[in-house]
Design a protein around this ligand. Structure first.
Ligand code: LFR
Length: 498
């Protein structure tokens, strides 16, 4: 790397990284500086994030980056920005002290809160105000759970910050909420981009807690002197990227057009979750969208990410975690090989089955699921690995159909970005099940989206189009053509009955 370098702190639900990026000879280049694990922490029934541990890892990674930059003659760190998953948040009291630990969206205390909410304001009204899909993990339901539990943090809160904003505050002292991540709360109006006063007052959530949303690409401050002391990043600007990891990932889709009214491509941001959708110029808050439970999340430059959350590689990851606990841990490639070797469609799993959101043991849960749905018990782990991937491909097929209905368009290409784009078996299954061309890559989609937005914010890149061209020129993709499409018809019909 040479010249000005932008640092992306990219936190996912299972790992985090600090990545340095620069442009050399017209290509965007990335260097992974530091990678660390992230796991929810369980205390009795409650599930938290170890946000102080994450902060320690982040500052350590930034220190490494500063040291490396100092040892290279032509390198200067130009900015830093953080992205994380959506919906989770932390709060500060009147003295700007962090109140309590940060909860994880899989926390069981959110169960039943959606029903609680719609008993006060109808589903239609909540949807009309927010345009968001109904998921128990949404911030709105987490806050209602907090109110019901008489959570002291809510009683003392003066500032509400989403997870990435919390780290931006720790980095710089600036209290901002970036707009794309704010849009995952189900408390923001997609039309105005502002907090919904009606929703907040209905659920007794004080509006004063919420800073006005800040657009991605805004410089929000510089690294705080106390943080510069430990990281070496003196006076380095903090530029907010699209802090919602999915918004950053969508930004890095190597498409030619930006937010077309009639899209002929869709994306799957593939990781712990699979987020499948299209990028549109305007939200689609329609009855059909509500019926199909799609979401209108905010994208960069006020675009809309019309998408659906799909249970993702979480199931695959959790099968492995369950095997690890029992003392045998196959590698990812061993798991994929075993899935390849297994017979197709032995077990159909809907990745969005609520029982799979946070089971104590995924393998036991899948055995229970086979019984509950009247399917044969899985004979070995290969069947489970395969079922986890086939379930995703089948869900993508149904989601694609809905997307075409919703947008009244024909989608020809599916872009798969993120870690899951490396899983060749899943990419081919997707092409086959959906009967569409799949273009896979880039893998580091979120970090790439993060840094290009910082480059736009610092004036180094002019537009989204220029950023996407840079991404297309810099990262190779792999194309999968549909092959065995008919064999998916019968399982797809069975799947829809699950
Ligand atoms: C993906 C993601 C999804 C969001 C889920 C929970 O990492 O951000 O977009 O719905 O995590 O926050």
């Amino acid at each position: 790397l040479t010249g000005p370098i932008h640092l992306a702190v990219d936190l996912g639900a299972s790992s985090g990284r600090v990545i340095a990026a620069g442009i050399t000879n017209g290509k965007l280049q990335l260097a992974e500086i530091w990678r660390f694990e992230n796991k929810p922490v369980r205390v009795h029934e409650d599930l938290f994030w170890n946000h102080l541990g994450l902060w320690q890892e982040i500052t350590y990674g930034l220190r490494l980056a500063a040291n490396q930059a100092a040892s290279l003659p032509d390198v200067k760190i130009a900015s830093v920005g953080v992205d994380t998953w959506g919906v989770d948040f932390g709060m500060l009291d009147e003295n700007d002290q962090l109140i309590g630990p940060v909860r994880c969206y899989r926390d069981p205390r959110n169960q039943g809160m959606m029903a609680e909410a719609v008993s006060k304001l109808s589903r239609d009204e909540i949807f009309a105000e927010t345009g968001l899909q109904f998921m128990e993990i949404n911030t709105l339901y987490q806050l209602i759970a907090g109110r019901q539990a008489n959570d002291v943090s809510l009683q003392h809160a003066k500032t509400f910050l989403m997870m990435a904003d919390l780290f931006h505050w720790m980095l710089s002292g600036a209290k901002t909420i970036e707009a794309t991540n704010a849009s995952t709360t189900q408390m923001l109006s997609p039309e105005t981009g502002q907090w919904s006063a009606k929703l907040l007052s209905t659920f007794d959530i004080p509006a004063e807690l919420f800073p006005d949303p800040t657009p991605a690409g805004t410089p929000i401050g510089v690294v705080h002197p106390t943080v510069a002391e430990i990281t070496g990043l003196h006076e380095v600007p903090v530029i907010t990227p699209a802090t919602h990891d999915t918004a950053s990932a969508v930004l890095s889709v190597p498409a030619i057009d930006f937010a077309p009214a009639k899209p002929d491509w869709c994306y799957i941001s593939s990781g712990t979750w699979s987020l499948m959708g299209v990028e549109l110029p305007k939200p689609k808050v329609t009855p059909l969208c509500s019926e199909l439970n799609f979401t209108n999340e905010g994208g960069v430059h006020r675009s809309t990410r019309l998408l659906k959350n799909i249970g993702g590689l979480w199931i695959f990851q959790q099968i492995r975690a369950s095997l690890q606990r029992k003392g045998s841990a196959p590698s990812w490639s061993e798991m994929v090989d075993a899935a390849k070797a297994a017979a197709p469609f032995e077990l159909l799993i809907n990745p969005d089955d609520p029982a799979l959101l946070a089971p104590t043991d995924m393998i036991e849960e899948l055995h229970a699921l086979s019984q509950r749905t009247g399917q044969a018990a899985p004979t070995d782990n290969g069947v489970l690995f395969r079922a986890a991937l086939e379930g995703l491909a089948l869900r993508y097929r149904a989601t694609l159909e809905s997307l075409e209905r919703l947008t009244d368009s024909s989608i020809r290409t599916i872009h798969i970005v993120g870690g899951g784009s490396q899983n060749q078996l899943l990419c081919q299954m997707t092409a086959d099940a959906c009967n569409r061309t799949v273009v896979a890559g880039p893998v580091e989609a979120t970090a790439i989206g993060n840094v290009v937005m910082q480059m736009i914010g610092s004036g180094r890149l002019e537009s989204i189009s220029e950023a996407r061209k840079l991404i297309r020129d810099s990262f190779p993709t792999t194309t999968y053509q549909p092959q065995n499409t008919q064999i998916w018809d019968e399982p797809a019909a069975r799947f829809s009955q699950l």
